[in-house]
Design a protein around this ligand. Structure first.
Ligand SMILES: C[C@H](O)[C@H](O)[C@@H](O)C(=O)CO
Ligand SMILES: [Mn+2]
Length: 426
């Protein structure tokens, strides 16, 4: 089965109608597209191999996160992962970043302890990023490791184990700064740790005191923010840490507020299922300088399903745009679905994030605000609902077309071809 693309005449004609419909609402579609072109998503490398990494091929994924499914064609090394990523980037309009984890170091078969990782272990990633114009973001990997086997890392009661993870995070910040310096765009180095407890702890305070001390030690070395920015990521619970997570939202929000320049990471799967991160953005950005988003989709738990064009994805992007927060928000993706073609999963999720952003950029926000301020909540609701049916897809299609990227579902044709020619041979 092939997936048809509209003709250029159809794309242009639909766009002309859409442009006029939006203009009637006071929205300039060309301005929206120009803004969209300035946004770089950070694509998470770990969608390509189910968060496996290259340190311990075939080893288990630990830390309370899980990739389910066994779709064939998983990337097994850096070259395969980069090849898969190249295709994803070709199917996305705009220029986008890479979000790399420390377990994706390439050490030529030599075992390098995580606390001894250096920029040279990521040289191939850096060369590839330079050649292809990608910025790089980075993450220490504080899971899937014998010293994290009991579910504690930076908050571990054993000072030697804590020291190991502190040194790993220090090494990662330096690697991040190296990426930022070499690529001319700051690397966001994000710390997420799994530390927590399955059952009710007696001491909730002690691990948090230790985590604070560990973070202080990690962040003690000043690094040029033009090269590296640090972020911390909270979580409500994980598998095996259902009763207590050391790095909770309150913990990291407090830590970020008291450390100017530190970014807070909000992952859409890391809160109670009835809680949304879209409602947190405007509060957090009143008190912290910049935000990192991990746009994900939890289904009943932090399941990391592929991002869809859901109400919440839409609400997140609306909040970023309405608040004028685009320049203070780093938009990363965080999902890993092993039950479908992984390249398609990446592409579908990333295109949806961009589509949601475009819809937000096409909103006549000033007009809606006027209605709200005047107390006309009837008209606000009516307009918001009408906007859902506006021809934004025609604007998206012309954006893809102008960027020489597959229009509509025709991107699947390239992925199917790649699956037959490349993935099937793995
Ligand atoms: C692999 C990532 O570090 C991980 O997904 C983290 O960001 C997270 O969200 C853990 O639940
Ligand atoms: Mn995350």
């Amino acid at each position: 089965m092939t997936f048809p693309a509209p003709t250029s005449a159809q794309i242009e004609a639909a766009y002309a109608v859409a442009r006029d419909r939006y203009a009637a609402l006071g929205v300039d579609t060309e301005a929206a597209l120009a803004t969209l072109a300035t946004v770089s998503l950070s694509l998470h490398c770990w969608q390509g191999d189910d968060v496996g990494g290259f340190e311990n091929p075939g080893g288990p994924l630990e830390g309370g996160i899980a990739a389910t499914g066994n779709y064939p064609g998983k990337a097994r090394n850096g070259d395969e992962l980069r090849s898969d990523l190249d295709l994803v980037y070709r199917l996305l309009p705009g220029r986008h970043r890479l979000n790399l984890h420390a377990i994706y170091a390439e050490t030529s078969g030599v075992k390098v302890s995580r606390d001894e990782l250096r920029p040279e272990h990521f040289a191939t990633w850096l060369d590839w990023a330079k050649t292809n114009g990608h910025g790089i973001d980075f993450n220490p990997t504080c899971f899937s490791h014998p010293l994290a086997a009991d579910g504690m890392t930076l908050a571990h009661p054993d000072p030697a184990i804590r020291r190991f993870w502190i040194d790993h995070c220090i090494a990662c910040r330096r690697i991040g700064a190296h990426f930022g310096r070499e690529l001319g765009t700051p690397c966001v180095t994000n710390i997420w740790i799994p530390d927590g407890m399955k059952d009710t702890p007696v001491d909730r305070l002690g691990p948090r005191q230790r985590l604070r001390e560990s973070l202080d030690a990690i962040l003690a070395e000043p690094l040029d923010p033009a090269h590296n920015r640090d972020a911390v990521e909270a979580k409500l619970f994980g598998i095996g840490s259902e009763s207590y997570v050391v790095g909770s939202h309150e913990f990291y929000l407090g830590y970020a507020v008291s450390h100017p320049g530190l970014l807070l990471c909000l992952d859409s799967g890391h809160f109670h299922p009835t809680e949304t991160i879209s409602d947190k953005i405007s509060s957090v950005l009143l008190f912290v300088d910049e935000l990192l988003l991990h746009v994900s989709r939890g289904v009943r738990w932090d399941s990391d399903h592929v991002v869809t064009l859901s109400d919440e994805t839409q609400a997140i992007m609306h909040e970023v745009v309405r608040g004028g927060f685009l320049t203070r928000t780093h938009i990363g993706l965080d999902f890993f679905d092993a039950s479908i073609n992984r390249v398609a999963a990446w592409t579908i999720g990333a295109r949806n994030a961009l589509r949601a952003l475009l819809v937000a950029l096409l909103e006549p926000t000033a007009r809606l605000r006027e209605l709200e301020l005047a107390g006309d909540t009837t008209a606000r609701l009516a307009l918001l609902e009408e906007l859902k049916g506006m021809p934004w897809q025609a604007v998206w299609d012309v954006y893809c077309y102008r960027n020489d990227v597959s229009v509509g579902a025709s991107f699947l044709n390239e992925i199917k071809r790649y699956e037959a020619e490349v993935l099937a041979a793995r």
